[in-house]
Design a protein around this ligand. Structure first.
Ligand SMILES: [Zn+2]
Length: 214
C-alpha cells in the first residue's frame, strides 16, 4: 500500500515537472521572429466570465509562458503588449508591419451562450499557405497530446488576419463562458500546457519552412 502511495506521489511530481517545457532546441534561425499578440488589455477586458475572470489577463499570462518556452527553445520572441495596457488592432498591425515577424499569433478566449461548450478554436488566413500549414500543425499537436477538446478551425477575414503581412493564426484558447474551463484557464500548469501545444506547433512549422527553403 505504501508502495502504491509512493508511486502515486511520484506520478504527481512527474506531472508537475512535465507541465514545464524544459526542452532546448538551439538551432532556430535569428531571422525567425515569433510575434505574440495577447488581445485586449487596459480598459478593454475582453470577455468577463461569471466568476470574474478577464480574457485580457488569461491571454497575457499564456503569452508570457509561451514567450518563455520559445526563448528557451532558441526562438526570438516579440510581444505586442507585455503588460495590462490597451493597443488598438491598427496599432497591433502597425507593429507587425514594422517588425515583419516570421509568424504572428494572436491569442483570445472564446465565449458562447452554451455554457457546456469547451476547447480550442483557431482562425487562419485563407490565402496564405503558411498560415494554413501552421494551423494544421497546431491541431495535429493538440490532438497528439490529447490535451484540450479541439473544435477545429476556419479561414477568417478579421482585420488582424487580413492586414497582417506575416503568416498568422488567431487562437481561441478555451471558453471563458464555461465555468469549469474558465477556472482551468487560470491554472498556471494548464496555461503552460496550452503554451506547449503552440510551442511544439511552431517547432514543427519552423523545421518544415526551414527545410523547404534549403
Ligand atoms: Zn477576444
Amino acid at each position: 500500500m505504501k508502495y502504491l502511495i509512493l508511486l502515486g506521489f511520484l506520478a504527481s511530481v512527474s506531472f508537475i515537472l512535465n507541465c514545464q517545457d524544459n526542452q532546448t532546441r538551439p538551432n532556430v534561425s535569428d531571422q525567425f521572429v515569433v510575434m505574440i499578440d495577447p488581445a485586449h488589455g487596459g480598459p478593454d477586458p475582453g470577455f468577463i466570465s461569471s466568476n470574474w475572470i478577464f480574457e485580457k489577463d488569461i491571454v497575457l499570462q499564456i503569452t508570457k509562458k509561451l514567450a518563455s518556452q520559445l526563448e528557451k527553445g532558441g526562438f526570438k520572441v516579440l510581444l505586442t503588449r507585455s503588460a495590462d495596457h490597451f493597443l488598438s488592432i491598427q496599432e497591433r498591425i502597425q507593429l507587425v508591419k514594422k517588425i515583419r515577424p516570421a509568424v504572428f499569433i494572436s491569442l483570445h478566449t472564446n465565449a458562447t451562450k452554451d455554457s457546456s461548450k469547451q476547447g480550442l478554436y483557431t482562425y487562419y488566413q485563407a490565402d496564405n499557405p503558411q498560415s494554413i500549414l501552421l494551423d494544421s500543425l497546431f491541431h495535429t499537436v493538440n490532438r497528439e497530446l490529447a490535451f484540450m477538446s479541439d473544435n477545429g478551425s476556419q479561414p477568417a477575414s478579421f482585420y488582424i488576419l487580413t492586414q497582417s503581412p506575416a503568416p498568422s493564426l488567431m487562437i481561441d484558447v478555451g471558453y471563458l463562458s464555461n465555468p469549469a474551463e474558465s477556472t482551468r484557464l487560470t491554472d498556471s500548469c494548464f496555461q503552460e500546457q496550452i503554451a506547449r501545444v503552440i510551442h511544439e506547433a511552431l517547432v514543427r512549422y519552423h523545421s518544415q519552412v526551414a527545410t523547404a527553403q534549403k
